[in-house]
Ligand binder design. Structure first.
Ligand code: 5GP
Ligand code: 5GP
Ligand code: 5GP
Length: 208
């Protein structure tokens, strides 16, 4: 449109731990392309406002078009796997993320750039390596929330927000890691605002 101002302030770049998606009451289904690696997977790149609110579903005239990301599909299957049931090839998950979030940042990232940037941030952040370097392994053990945050801060250079969920026994566990990206989608920044939500002071890091 005519406006030159971007109508959002930053992105959350969100990654999920598959072990914590799968060991819940709701459970999970592996993609039709096979069990994902024991690594964090991309959940999404979400435009957000500094007041904590966010735009969504901004352009119903621009649906997800697989042909625009054909050169990224193999990498998306690996780095952005779907774990929802029933099993799928990922297109439903990627379409949802594009429709809900990606269409709200079209003025800075077209569809190909949106997926390519997210994959780039996945590689750049390498959260699992940051945690392992600090001795924090996906071994079902319990770790302090502060040690997890410090390990990611040290490895990535930015302070993450940790979202927890609960396993079937009700234990609080490491589910998603939020980092922030500037509103041009080009670089990591410190988060202007964190989401809200509870973790225990000690949380589990389940295997996958
Ligand atoms: P939940 O209610 O499970 O936390 O989030 C459901 C969905 O709402 C997320 O997957 C995401 O699409 C969206 N969402 C939740 N919190 C935020 C947020 O703080 N910022 C943005 N941009 N989206 C969010
Ligand atoms: P969000 O929470 O991002 O708004 O929505 C996530 C949507 O994508 C839900 O409809 C969920 O069923 C679907 N989905 C498909 N695969 C996954 C996955 O691996 N993780 C999450 N969190 N949602 C997935
Ligand atoms: P502080 O601002 O003192 O670090 O934390 C204030 C409260 O927020 C504490 O209850 C702390 O456990 C919680 N908290 C700090 N960082 C995170 C985080 O990354 N995720 C979640 N869920 N809670 C956090």
């Amino acid at each position: 449109g005519l406006s030159v101002s971007k109508d959002f302030d930053f992105f959350y770049f969100v990654q999920q731990w598959p072990g914590s998606y799968c060991d819940t009451k709701q459970s999970c289904c592996y993609p039709t392309t096979g069990k994902p690696a024991a690594d964090f997977g991309v959940h999404g790149l979400w435009p957000n406002y500094n007041d904590g609110t966010y735009p969504s579903n901004c352009d119903s005239s621009a649906p997800f078009d697989q042909s625009k990301v054909s050169n990224l599909i193999t990498t998306m299957q690996k780095e952005w796997p779907t774990l929802a049931c029933p099993s799928g090839d990922g297109v439903t998950f990627w379409s949802h993320e594009w429709d809900k979030h990606g269409t709200c940042s079209e003025e800075v990232l077209d569809q190909h750039s949106y997926f390519a940037r997210a994959l780039g941030f996945k590689t750049q952040t390498n959260i699992l390596q940051a945690l392992k370097t600090a001795g924090i392994q996906p071994d079902g053990g319990s770790y302090s929330l502060s040690s997890i945050k410090s390990a990611i801060q040290s490895g990535v250079g930015y302070t993450p927000y940790i979202e927890c969920n609960t396993d079937e026994s009700g234990n609080s566990q490491l589910y998603q890691v939020y980092l922030c990206v500037d509103n041009s989608g080009s670089k990591l920044v410190e988060c202007p605002v964190f989401p809200h939500g509870k973790c225990g002071s000690q949380i589990e890091f389940p295997s996958f």
